[in-house]
Design a protein around this ligand. Structure first.
Ligand code: NAD
Ligand code: UD1
Length: 339
């Protein structure tokens, strides 16, 4: 049995990955400061798995707390999810983002080094491709940041690449997620954004459940099949599974390697609204408004490297993603604060 430290394991993607780890016989240890997650998620993980994961309530930048985790547990590898992720907030409060994300990653790497742990899977993002225009996007596409959040991902990727050059003991997988959506099929865990959701699917789900009255569709004049923005939506269960594939592939990597994690298919905003409508059995009111500044028309992944080198491939289609997202939202209309 391998012990895996999961930073940010109480969050949206982390909690689904912890479930996958438990179900496949790993022993996850969560470290999370609950700055963007609810403690109830741990009860829900236990309900799904009949096992309670170890949890340390600490900030990643607290090196004493981090070191004591490595002293208590023999950690084989780390999956590093912990970070702040709201693009708009990163523009208004960049220092907080650099401090939390970049400093957090640096402290983690230092403590890992001190304890002889050199295996890491890092949550990166398709945001590192900036305004890519050639589709599908492969891992060799130029890297570019368009906001402080994106810069934190690029900087951490660069730190990890430099680290692997300096010390050949390290094995690092950079997973560049496209657009994670949906929820565990039990409906017990899912995404629970604070305030007004920035991302499309959580917003659509809140309209369906009556928390908001309509979806604002950001732009209807893009050069896409119906004029609305196209993205590569990926089921969070497929995403969780990609982390297990990455863990298994780590030892065979030559230092640091980036992988796109998406389905390779693009769907428009209207495709998503239609699929969600079908899943929930009601019309989703929407209104086309101006484009959102900084948005690209189309973004979807070339996933051939993940398929060949991680032996991983997404299984779920858009209809299943929307059904599973709806199950979570309808069972938990107010998220984890529902009961
Ligand atoms: P999330 O906010 O739900 O989870 C992140 C977790 O990290 C939260 O539980 C939060 O409390 C914790 N955390 C944040 N800073 C911390 C710190 N300093 N110390 C300890 N814990 C801390 O986000 P998510 O959607 O699960 O995303 C996980 C990772 O994946 C993030 O790094 C994010 O940037 C990246 N990512 C997410 C998406 C997405 O659309 N959700 C897309 C691409 C990349
Ligand atoms: C967002 C992030 C990006 C991150 C990516 C994956 C922003 C500006 N960018 O981009 O950094 O890498 O998620 O997590 O937040 N849309 C609407 N109405 C809405 C919300 C969105 O029409 O209320 C449209 C958008 O214009 C876009 C699509 O829906 O065409 C998806 O938007 P979103 O979920 O925010 O994802 P990204 O734009 O890919």
């Amino acid at each position: 049995m391998q012990k895996i430290l999961v930073t940010g394991g109480a969050g949206y993607i982390g909690s689904h990955t912890v479930v996958a780890l438990l179900q496949q016989g790993y022993e996850p240890v969560i470290v999370d400061n609950f700055s963007n997650s609810h403690p109830r998620v741990i009860d829900r993980i236990e309900q799904i798995c009949n096992q309670r994961p170890s949890v340390v309530d600490a900030d990643l930048r607290d090196t004493d707390a981090l070191a004591s985790i490595f002293q208590t547990h023999e950690i084989d590898a780390v999956i590093h999810f912990a970070g702040l992720k709201a693009v708009g907030e990163s523009v208004t409060d960049p220092v907080r983002y650099y401090e939390n994300n970049v400093q957090g990653a640096l402290q983690l790497i230092k403590v890992m080094s001190q304890h002889g742990c050199h295996r890491l899977v890092f949550s990166s993002s398709a945001t590192v491709y900036g305004n890519a225009t050639r589709m599908p996007i492969n891992e060799q596409a130029p890297l570019q940041a368009t906001n402080p959040y994106g810069w934190t991902k690029l900087m951490i990727e660069q730190i990890l690449r430099d680290l692997c050059v300096a010390d050949p003991a390290w094995r690092v997988a950079l997973l560049r997620y496209f657009n994670p959506v949906a929820a565990h099929q039990s409906g017990l865990i899912g995404e629970d954004p604070n305030g007004i959701p920035n991302n499309l699917v959580p917003f659509v789900a809140q309209v369906a459940v009556g928390r908001r009255d309509h979806v604002a569709v950001f732009g209807g004049d893009y050069d896409t099949h119906d004029g609305t923005g196209v993205r590569d939506y990926i089921h969070v269960l497929d995403l969780a599974d990609a982390h297990l594939s990455a863990l298994r592939a780590l030892d065979g990597l030559d230092g640091c390697r980036a992988f796109n994690i998406g389905t390779g298919n693009g769907h428009s905003v209207l495709d998503v609204i239609r699929a969600f409508s079908q899943a929930c059995g009601q019309d989703i009111p929407y209104q086309v408004v101006d484009r959102r500044p900084g948005d690209v028309a189309t973004s979807y992944a070339d996933v051939s490297r993940s398929q060949s080198e991680l032996a991983w491939q997404a299984k779920f289609d858009l209809a299943q993603m929307m059904q599973d997202h709806w199950r979570w939202q309808s069972q938990n209309p107010q998220g984890y604060g529902s009961d």
